[in-house]
Write a protein of this length. Structure first.
Length: 462
């Protein structure tokens, strides 16, 4: 729905990535994004407290008052499993899973959270295939506490792996039947296998050591792919993105593993989706869940804790539709009555209808202007640089051997008049500032009676 927004937050051991999406006439568009580092050595509770503070600061900075928030947790905290049942259990599938889950995972029913999704129904053979995600309560309960630290609550929690799948399946109805996506950063390799548009296998492997060790560790991590896909005799396409390892290693793996290996050009993804770095992919996939129907409908967050969807926009739409229907009925009834009683008033009714159509067009035009105004106001604070910030930056950059006699600020540019022992040294000093660019002398340097050099410098604000 237009004007609806969503925030995706993906948490790993050493970083948190945040993406804010908003629906428009063009679809889901990223309006803000950030990646923050976390201290991996810190206890989990301290890192999550830091995440809560970062999210609240992010929302305040970008003027986000209310939105849907979806949280991604490390995939290694969960178990992803395909299970088959007789088709007859479909009507009571949730109860059946709760009763039999201990047969499939090494956890007791009281010690786990789980969610499921039907991925296929075979009516001919009377079989039902279900994808189940399971997590140990003790492992992910600390993440649930973020609902109290984040000011607007949380709508859902899943793994970053399911969010990656949603990202690459978004707007890609022609995705291959079976393919794998691998993301490598530093000493970690995450592999996700997608089959018939569902994530069915995910694994994270540690990579360390010399050239040969790295090559062997990657090959070992890729070994289970064919078995997981049920295609031992077929080649699977494997796409890498965000890799840090020498490509030569992957070229060797390509030859030895029997996989179709290729590398994703992330600059193209950045251009099409507005995602500037691979670290933001899971957060983007998470945020999509609040704006449209995604492929992976998994949510480990218990319903009693979930933020309730804001129904105001839906109610407004239903009210408008109702008013239009009532207006149409009213017009239709009165038109029939007038036709029966007073045929000479037909022209008046037609004129009234044309006026209403014109009103609808005007409302559409006003809605578009309101959306543009909202986007402008959201971006206004981001682009604003205060005079106080400029003065602070000048005071920290101009050396003690120089002083400013006058200062003027207009249209994102400033003019400085003053004296210095070596005025020519001020240009490179000011150009090092992240706020300034295009620093030039506006007049020639002159020397006073006291030997000081008088300068007049123009500076533009970024």
């Amino acid at each position: 729905m237009i004007f609806q927004s969503s925030l995706g937050i993906n948490i790993t051991d050493d970083l948190v990535s945040i993406v804010f999406l908003k629906n428009s006439f063009k679809g889901a568009e990223p309006k803000a994004h950030e990646v923050y580092n976390l201290e991996k050595e810190r206890p989990l509770k301290e890192r999550l407290n830091r995440v809560g503070d970062l999210v609240n600061d992010f929302m305040e900075r970008y003027g986000i008052v209310s939105t849907n928030i979806f949280l991604g947790i490390p995939g290694e905290l969960t178990i992803l499993k395909e299970i088959e049942f007789p088709l007859v259990v479909k009507e009571n599938l949730k109860e059946t899973l709760a009763f039999e889950m201990e047969k499939y995972v090494p956890l007791s029913a009281d010690d786990m959270y789980f969610d499921f999704q039907i991925i296929s129904e075979d009516k001919k053979n009377n079989r039902l295939k279900v994808l189940v995600i399971v997590a140990k309560k003790k492992a992910i309960d600390p993440y649930f506490d973020l609902k109290d630290r984040i000011s607007v609550g949380i709508s859902g929690i899943e793994t970053g792996s399911t969010a990656v799948a949603d990202f690459f399946l978004h707007k890609n109805n022609a995705a291959e039947n079976t393919f794998a996506i691998a993301y490598q950063k530093d000493k970690s390799l995450e592999i996700n296998l997608i089959k018939k548009r569902f994530l069915i296998y995910s694994r994270r492997a540690e990579i360390a050591g010399d050239y040969d060790d790295t090559k062997n560790q990657i090959k070992e991590a890729l070994k289970p792919l064919k078995a997981a896909a049920g295609k031992d005799d077929e080649r699977i396409r494997l796409a890498f993105y965000g890799f840090d390892t020498d490509r030569e290693i992957y070229n060797i793996i390509k030859e030895e593993s029997g996989l179709y290996v290729n590398f994703i050009d992330f600059s193209e993804i950045s251009s099409n989706m507005g995602v500037p770095s691979p670290e933001l992919v899971p957060a983007f996939g998470l945020a999509l869940k609040g704006l449209c129907k995604v492929q992976m409908q998994m949510n480990l967050f218990p319903e009693k804790f979930r933020k309730r969807p804001n129904k105001i926009l839906y109610y407004m739409m239903f009210v408008l539709i109702g008013l239009v229907i009532l207006s149409a009925i009213s017009w239709g009834g009165s038109n029939i009555l007038h036709q029966r009683l007073l045929l000479n008033r037909l022209d008046t009714q037609i004129s009234d209808l044309l006026t209403r159509v014109a009103d609808i067009d005007q409302i559409r035009s006003e809605l578009k202007k309101i959306e543009e105004r909202i986007d402008y106001l959201n971006g206004l604070e981001k682009d604003y640089v205060s005079a106080l910030d400029i003065l602070k930056e000048l005071s920290s950059n101009i050396p003690e051997t120089a002083w400013v006699q006058s200062f003027s600020f207009k249209d994102k540019s400033i003019t400085l008049d003053g004296y210095a022992e070596a005025a020519s040294e001020l240009i490179p000093v000011l150009e090092t500032s992240p706020l300034f660019y295009d620093v030039v002398f506006l007049s020639t340097i002159t020397k006073g009676k006291d030997g000081k050099e008088r300068f007049k410098i123009g500076v533009k604000i970024k």
